[in-house]
Write a protein that binds this ligand. Sequence first.
Ligand SMILES: [Zn+2]
Length: 229
Amino acid sequence: MIIRQYFQDLVHLLFPSICVGCEVSLFSHEELLCTECLYHLPFTDFHLDIDNATARQLWGKLDVQFAISMLYLSKSSRVEKILYNLKYGSQPEVGYYLGKMYARKLSQVPDMEQVDLILPVPLHRSKLRKRGYNQSSYLAKGLAEGLEKEWSDTLLLRSKATVSQTKKNRSDRYDNVENIFYIRDQGMVKDKHILIVDDVLTTGATISSLGNVLIDAGAKVSVATIARA
Ligand SMILES: [Zn+2]
């Protein structure tokens, strides 16, 4: 064991891991995030308040049991950097790590007990091929393990890649994500309480579109995102 520890320390010395939030070298006891970043994460504490800003953002678009986001996202922030590394930095393990962290908070939401199944927002297969992974699948996996719930990233399909949404106005954006989600096996969601998981909540259009497809198939839905813009 001592030799193994020595070897691990040596590897760490030669190839130090860097913090996904601020790029400082990590100490061997730190994992993905440095202590400083961990300490300064801007938690929303929405899990303690059902009537929160994420829930309100979905009003009139999606009828949820509960909706929460773990962190506030602001421009050029730590959280932005972390999410960038998760999505584009080939570091899907960040998603698993955040999912596990989030599970500890979500376990305090009373309605969490009723959740049957955790489903990540799917990527279109061309995007999946390009990126190599769906970041939200890793979030879902971490959450599911922490909460001891079922999860699946093969039950939902996304029919086409959405074109760049940044140039479109708000109402176009809604049209753009309509009817792009399909459920492979409707029997798997009927009468179930589904927790939809994604990395960021922006307009809420994508999540509402997916959530309404699930509701039409007889499910109840809740939403959990890592961050809200
Ligand atoms: Zn850091």
